[in-house]
Design a protein around this ligand. Structure first.
Ligand code: A3P
Length: 289
């Protein structure tokens, strides 16, 4: 039971093993050509990671199948018994590296700012995030029991889930977008027009690729392709960590699935909470795409 209890990282609820590994993460030495992929959990991290690896491999699908996504794009603050930590994995990764994090902006190791690393942040509307997180809490074994959806909605709104408040996360990173090296993307835009978003990423990275390469990237990173790709769908994770029979990692991959889960009353309560916590921010979300 204790394994499934969340610890506390400077006020943020987080897996206890990650909290234990924190000194290594805080002291992490970024390299100037590191690209940081930053997201709140369940916002399209794996999708964005696969897109970026495809760009880095110049559209070579076979190279992108070389290993599981969680090894191709190491997870900075990851620490679990018996496997190399994110920091250990990164130290062995040749440059240019792709680095994944879910840390709130104020906890990002300072080395990323000192080295002026590029960052791509992806945000997703909180109603779809909370539903996706609810299923993830069930299938990924490091989480406490989420209880009923009604209970989990309260836990989420109170910021008592792993990585804390979604509201603070998306706004904290949004405030950094004025810094030239940060590209802020939305899951809903990627759903609506992936070609346009991939072009945005290419411009941000200062990369040019052949038109055929863009086609291959879009095809290889579609939900259908990723769902059946063992290097992208997390199926190779030990079943002690993830149980895909409870919910697949690539579950639905749509915008607006919250409508199949929220009651009218839950939706009203969520909207009120959302408005209160987003007031004063110029950040806004499409709740469907
Ligand atoms: P759902 O649970 O709503 O299906 P993360 O990678 O940050 O954990 O996010 C996981 C969510 O992104 C899941 O959402 C997953 O299905 C979705 N996702 C992953 N790859 C995708 C793709 N290629 N297209 C659309 N959604 C994708």
């Amino acid at each position: 039971a204790t394994l499934r209890e969340l610890g506390n990282l400077h006020g943020i609820p987080l897996y206890k093993s990650f909290v234990e590994g924190w000194p290594q993460v805080e002291a992490f030495q970024a390299r100037p050509d590191d690209l940081l992929i930053s997201t709140y959990p369940k916002s399209g991290t794996t999708w964005l990671s696969e897109i970026l690896d495809m760009i880095y491999q110049d559209g070579d699908v076979e190279k992108c199948r070389r290993d599981a996504i969680f090894n191709r794009v190491p997870f900075l603050e990851m620490k679990a018994p018996q496997i190399p930590s994110g920091v250990e994995q990164l130290e062995k990764t040749p440059s240019p590296r792709l680095v994944k994090t879910h840390l709130p902006v104020h906890l990002l190791p300072s080395s990323f700012w000192d080295k002026n690393c590029k960052v791509i942040y992806m945000a997703r509307n909180p109603k779809d995030v909370v539903i996706s997180y609810y299923y993830f809490y069930q299938m990924a074994k490091m989480h406490p029991d989420p209880g009923t959806l009604a209970e989990f909605l309260e836990t989420f709104m109170a910021g008592k889930v792993a990585y804390g408040s979604w509201y603070e996360h998306v706004q904290g990173w949004w405030e950094k977008k004025h810094e030239k090296q940060l590209l802020y993307l939305f899951y809903e835009d990627m759903k609506k027009d992936p070609r346009q978003e991939v072009q945005k990423i290419l411009r941000f990275l200062g990369k040019e690729v052949a038109e055929g390469t863009v086609e291959r990237i879009l095809h290889h990173t579609s939900f259908q392709e990723m769902k059946k790709n063992p290097a992208a769908n997390y199926e190779t994770m030990p079943t002690t960590l993830m149980d895909h029979s409870l919910s697949p990692f690539l579950r639905k991959g749509i915008s607006g699935d919250w409508k199949n889960h929220f009651t009218v009353a839950q939706n009203e309560r969520f909207d009120q909470h959302y408005q209160k916590h987003m007031a004063g921010s110029d950040l806004s979300f499409q709740m469907e795409a």
